[in-house]
Write a protein that binds this ligand. Sequence first.
Ligand SMILES: [Zn+2]
Ligand SMILES: [Zn+2]
Length: 256
Amino acid sequence: MRTLVSAVLDLLLPSLCPGCQIAGGPGLCPTCIHALPRLEHPCPWCGAARRDLDARCGACDGAGLAHLQQVRVDHPYHGGIAHLVGLAKTVGRPAAVRALGDLLPDPPDDAPNGGVVVPVPASPGRRPGPHLGSALARAGARRWHLPLRHLLTTTRLGAEQHRLSPAERRANVVGLFRCVKPAPAYVVLVDDLITTGATASAAAAALRQAGAKRVDLVCLARTPGPGEYATTTKKNIPDHTGGSGAAALSGGRQTP
Ligand SMILES: [Zn+2]
Ligand SMILES: [Zn+2]
């Protein structure tokens, strides 16, 4: 009901930026976009931030994630991204879902032509409401002119990943996904958040088993693991205080 009310409000109210609720919409205003925290030099193989472009990745050491070719993610999960994800998931605001869809990065430059977009499916037993991963996959498919296919399903109820250690996370998701149809040679896998990448790896394993030759992960935001290099680029953040939502979107006060 809350989701329905939010959707109706989004239709009735004049279109405002979902970040600051001040500037005109639709979508995030330029100030809010510039205020978003960004991962520094994300590793192309796992998405972890690095000190500089040539730095060895402290998270995967260049080995990448099992069954995945490349990972594209631009933002750490805090500040404005966490704020918008909260709006999208908890309150179901369509304007926030749309804004997050616009922030999804594109597949790698060397991605093959064609292929399909597949969302990582919702965990069984999750609370009802819009599934952000599927909404992002739909937005990506539209932008990349690729078909959206719900090829994956879950085989059982997995324990909640955020309560587990990295080793437990990997064990928890082994065999968690299965493909309902043969997969094409190239798949762009889409999810909202990545932490260790264990869930995405398990999803990619199922796609590979069903025939995919290459699977890339495109993700909205990354939660840095313990001890990972996790700072954000501030140089693009304008001097915009004054209490608007854009200042909160920078996440500057929450940088670990
Ligand atoms: Zn704004
Ligand atoms: Zn890495």
